[in-house]
Structures are given as C-alpha cells and as structure tokens.
Design a protein around this ligand. Structure first.
Ligand SMILES: Cc1cc2nc3c(=O)[nH]c(=O)nc-3n(C[C@H](O)[C@H](O)[C@H](O)COP(=O)(O)OP(=O)(O)OC[C@H]3O[C@@H](n4cnc5c(N)ncnc54)[C@H](O)[C@@H]3O)c2cc1C
Length: 415
C-alpha cells in the first residue's frame, strides 16, 4: 500500500501534524491514509516531561526575537500558526489553556499528559495509523514519492514529514537519527550544541550549598563582557548551577563550550533588589546583634549555609569569631560577594541534561513558506531537527506546533 503521507516521529511536531492533516482531509471532504512511525514503545515521551510534567505549551510573546539559528523559519511559521491560534487549536481538541502573567501558557490541569492524550486521541480519531517500536533507518526518493525503511520492512508514501526531534535528552527519545536521515540525502546541517542546559562551574564552594535554591540574579560574562543575564531561581548542584534562571541563559555557555575561546564566568547576585551599599550597611548592623558568631551573620537574610559560604568566598574567617569582630573592610568584602559571586564556568551538562538542541538541518535547505526541503520534492521537515531553537518558556513547543502546521498545510495542499 502506498500511503498519502508518512510522518516519522511521534513527538510534539509529529502528533500535531497528524491532527492538522486529519483536519485538512475532513475540511476537503476526502479520505487520506496517514501513517505515523515512532521508534519508542509509546508516542510523546518527551512531551510528557515538558514543564516538569506540566507542559508549558506556548508563550503569548512568541516572536522571532526568542528564536536562534534559522530564526527566519520560526518567524514565518509563527505567522501561519500564532500562539493564540495554537491555544484555540488545543481548546478545540480538549485542552483548556491558562496564560500566566509572564506569558507562559499551560493546560488548566497543568498535566503534560492531557496535551499528549488530546493529540494522540484526536490523531487516532481522525484515522492516523500510529505504529510504535518502528524506528526509521533510511529514506529514499522514488519516481512518485518516498521509500521509508524500518528494519527489513519497506513502506512507501507520496509525501513524507520528518519530525524526529533533536539530540537533546536521549533518555526521552532524543537522538541524532534525524540529522543522519537528512544528511544522507545531502542536506547540510549547522553544528549541534545543547541549549537550556545546566552549567558546570568550579565546585570548591558550590558543593557546600548543593541542593539549595535561591532567587538570584545571574550574569554570564565572556572575558568580562556580559553575554546573558536573568533573574529567578538558581539551584546549586554537585557540578555547578541549575534552575530556570541558569538554564534560561545557558545557550551562550554551550556555544562557548564547543569553541572554548576566552574565559566564561557566571556572576551571582544573591540579593538583586539591594545595592552593595545597602548590604554592607545591613551586615554592619547585624554584626551588632548580641551573642552571634559569623556563622549566623546572614541567618534570616540568606539561607544559613549560603551565608556561611559567602563568608568563606570573601575570606572572612574563621566563622567561629564573634560577629562584633567584623571590620568595615570585611563587611565590604562580604557584601561584594553577595552582589557579585563569580564562578568560573567549565562547561555544560551536555545533551544529556539539555532541553533542546541548538543547530540542526540548515534553514536554507527548507522552503520557509512550506517546510518542504528545497532539493527533495515531497519531503518536509518540522520541529527541533531543524536549525531553530527557542528560549526557555514555551517557545520550543510553539515552534513544533507552528512548523508542523505549515508542513501539514503544504502536504494537504498537494493531495
Ligand atoms: C525535560 C524537558 C522539558 C521541556 N519542557 C519544555 C516546555 O515546557 N516548553 C517547551 O516549549 N519546550 C520544552 N522542551 C522542549 C520540547 O520538548 C521540544 O523542543 C519538542 O518536544 C520538540 O518537538 P519535536 O516533535 O521536534 O521532537 P520530539 O518531541 O523529541 O519528538 C521526536 C520523536 O521522534 C522519535 N524518533 C526519533 N528518531 C526516530 C526514528 N529514527 N524513527 C522513528 N521515530 C523517531 C522520538 O522517539 C520522538 O518521540 C522540553 C524538553 C525537555 C527535554
């Protein structure tokens, strides 16, 4: 049997494309055979892990400025399916959406499973044949379509959509399969590196505070020049820094890691709403509290262990000293570390810890208005396998939906 369309990959983009194709067939009043091939035992494994299981499915501020790599592809796709249209789409298939004040959008139930179920059930109801444990090994053009090989089985289709995702998070299905499938056909790819990923730093002091979360400002500096800045939750870990604020600005660190040119440092501001003078004055005042040692100097202002670590970094020691022995110079030293704790960055946690892949199939291989590969009629690409990565905050799923919509519209337009 020759399928009208084979979708390779049952993740965000592949499942959404299946629904868009099914809906297009209904609108056109035709029956079309659509087969979705997923290499894992179930579809949507990565989708289930998004937003820590709550699925930040889009962001109402999605625009080109939040995308990197071939961002022009994202801009074009976002015009075809906007965040508002994505929310309407999800509401239509049973997922009511709530917009948070910062623009992030989640299902009301805050369950990624709801998004996955809605997509899978709708795709099946519209007649998509979903086959799991089907890993596509190769793609070959035929006279009037494409040959798709799974193990020893050869399937054929008039049109094929490659939606196999990127290399990030291999434990959730991330792999280099898509790059290989398409570079085997002569497609160029931009260098891959992880993004939205944890940072490895010098660990002399952070290990002492591992497991503690703080609200902080974080700035990445390359040879002293700021390259990224954020404010929010920072998590100290065994290897360095994690948490949304750090992951959100990690892209330049991963880019630096693959080139290793210059010195990269992460600067923490542990009291972003205070000036250094205010911190200094408060430390001076706190040093007068009766019966305290330096161990307790920060207690009630910072997490106790973080405060003690600040004093160690500032070399205000020993901590067993009475607090009232603190000199003005030592107050300044400690306040400087509170406002600007510099940690040399040594790298990232790699694709294993990353949420997305930067780089991928080059933007100029793709016709932006259709997501069709320029040199391969009948072959389309959507989602993270492309050289498009978004900022943290719902932008990556939005690109998956928008690119899937464009590809599906083009495929259905050729039926
Ligand atoms: C922990 C985590 C949290 C995240 N949270 C968010 C969030 O809240 N908001 C957001 O916008 N983004 C988030 N992301 C990013 C987002 O999940 C991805 O950008 C998005 O899923 C990409 O969609 P995709 O369809 O291109 O790829 P995927 O969703 O990865 O789907 C690709 C599918 O293709 C399958 N596949 C691969 N190779 C083959 C093959 N050879 N044959 C057949 N099938 C194959 C894979 O098994 C997979 O199921 C998160 C990512 C991670 C890892």
């Amino acid at each position: 049997m020759k399928y009208d369309c084979i979708i390779i990959g049952g993740g965000a983009a592949g499942l959404a494309a299946a629904v868009f194709l099914g809906q297009a067939a209904v609108r056109q009043g035709v029956r079309r055979s659509v087969l979705l091939l997923e290499k894992g035992p179930r579809v949507g494994k990565k989708l289930l892990a998004t937003g820590n299981g709550t699925c930040n499915l889009t962001n109402i501020h999605a625009a080109g400025v939040h995308y990197h790599g071939a961002s022009a592809l994202a801009e074009k796709a976002l015009k075809a399916l906007t965040p508002q249209a994505s929310m309407a789409f999800f509401e239509q298939i049973g997922v009511d959406c709530r917009v948070r004040p910062d623009g992030k959008v989640y299902p009301y139930s805050e369950q990624a499973g709801a998004v996955l179920d809605a997509l899978r059930l709708e795709a099946e109801a519209l007649g998509t044949d979903i086959r799991c444990d089907h890993k596509v090994d190769s793609l070959r053009p035929t006279r009037d379509g494409w040959q798709v090989t799974v193990d020893t089985q050869t399937l054929t289709a008039r049109q094929v959509l490659v939606a196999v995702g990127g290399a990030a998070a291999p434990s959730l299905g991330g792999s280099a399969d898509g790059y290989r499938l398409l570079t085997d056909l002569g497609c160029k790819k931009a260098p891959l590196f992880p993004s939205i990923v944890q940072l490895r730093t010098a660990t002399d002091y952070v290990r002492a505070v591992k497991g503690i979360r703080v609200d902080a400002g974080v700035t990445l500096r390359l040879d002293g020049r700021p390259v990224a800045q954020a404010e929010g939750e920072v998590l100290f870990t065994e290897y360095g820094l994690s948490g949304p604020a750090v992951m959100g600005i990690s892209r330049p660190a991963a880019d630096w890691e693959r080139q290793k040119k210059g010195t990269l440092t992460a600067h923490l501001d542990l009291l972003p709403e205070w000036t250094q003078e205010q911190v200094e004055a408060r430390l001076h005042q706190r040093s007068g509290l009766a019966g305290r040692t330096l161990e307790d100097l920060f207690t009630g202002l910072l997490h106790k262990r973080v405060g003690q670590t600040v004093l160690r970094v500032a070399e205000v020691l020993p901590l067993t000293r009475p607090a009232d022995s603190l000199s003005a110079k030592e107050c300044r030293q400690a306040a400087m570390v509170v406002k600007n704790w510099a940690l040399p960055v040594t790298g990232t946690q790699g694709f294993g810890g990353a949420q997305v892949t930067a780089g991928g199939i080059a933007g100029d291989e793709v016709e932006a208005a259709t997501m069709a590969l320029r040199r391969h009629p009948g072959l389309y690409v959507a989602g993270e396998v492309l050289d498009v990565d978004g900022d943290c905050g719902g932008f990556n799923l939005q690109f998956a939906w928008s690119s899937a919509y464009m590809a599906a519209s083009s495929i259905a337009g050729n039926w």
